[in-house]
Ligand binder design. Structure first.
Ligand SMILES: O=C(O)CCC(=O)C(=O)O
Ligand SMILES: [Fe+2]
Ligand SMILES: [Mn+2]
Length: 229
């Protein structure tokens, strides 16, 4: 299946870079951009193209109804918890989370679609699916997922809000990529993008993509991972 970039409803203004960093859109690669819908910008065209093969954003991966089905399943468990704000040392600020191994039929169908596009057939997966609920003021600081517990691929469904995921090369912080993750999208990070770059979800005040404000509301992500080999 080809990337479903054309489902993105809004158009974003052409690259107007207001940040210190040099913005180069992925125009011309044909993979990450269709019409005016840019989903990836980065520190250089070369990086966007090279790392672009290890990063996917599939817009409209789920429908509004499917988001509703997922919410009905995760909301009761989340509501029993309180958002955590006070742990200054945590990678995540303003969040609550849970894990879920068994899902109802509708959700299982969605998750098996995620697995079939994100992971090679037969690749052993982490059993429980991770559900992360970020408050409107919550954000995820730069980190690399534990190499002990999870393998080469991270796949996340984005519910309730658009957001921006920033990837920064661990040993060369001038190399970076910003991904626009629209509500209803699926993102996939593989290989170098997963091992050699930190990832983070920007807080509302910093949530600007390619010069355009992207309001960050409460956001829920549902994340599938494979096991480390
Ligand atoms: O919310 C997301 O999409 C990413 C979460 C994350 O980075 C993590 O749980 O390690
Ligand atoms: Fe992570
Ligand atoms: Mn702590």
């Amino acid at each position: 299946m080809k990337l479903l970039l054309s489902v993105l409803k809004r158009t974003y203004t052409p690259a107007v870079c207001t940040s210190r960093r040099r913005c180069v859109s992925s125009g011309g690669s044909g993979l990450l951009r269709r019409r005016d819908e840019t989903l990836v910008v980065g520190s250089s065209r070369e990086l966007v193209q090279r790392l672009g093969s290890q990063v996917e954003v599939r817009t409209g991966f789920i429908t509004e109804e499917e988001e509703g089905a997922l919410m009905r399943e995760v909301e009761p468990g989340l509501k029993k918890k309180r958002y955590e704000f006070d742990h200054w040392d945590d990678a995540i600020h303003g969040y609550r989370e849970t894990e879920r191994e068994r899902w109802g039929e509708a959700c299982e169908e969605i998750l098996s679609r995620v697995r079939s596009v994100a992971f090679p057939e037969g690749s052993p997966l982490l059993g429980p699916v991770h559900v992360l609920d970020l408050d409107k003021t919550g954000y995820i600081k730069p980190h690399i997922d534990s190499v002990k517990f999870c393998g080469s691929t991270i796949a996340g469904l984005c519910l309730l809000s658009d957001s921006i995921m920033r990837l920064v090369k661990e040993d060369a912080t001038n190399e970076w990529l910003d991904l626009l993750l629209p509500r209803y999208s699926l993102y996939i990070l593989r290989d170098q993008a997963r091992y050699n770059f930190t990832h983070e979800i920007l807080k509302d005040e910093e949530s600007v993509f390619n010069g355009q404000k992207v309001p960050r509301l409460r956001r829920i992500s549902i994340i599938c991972r494979n096991l480390s080999g």
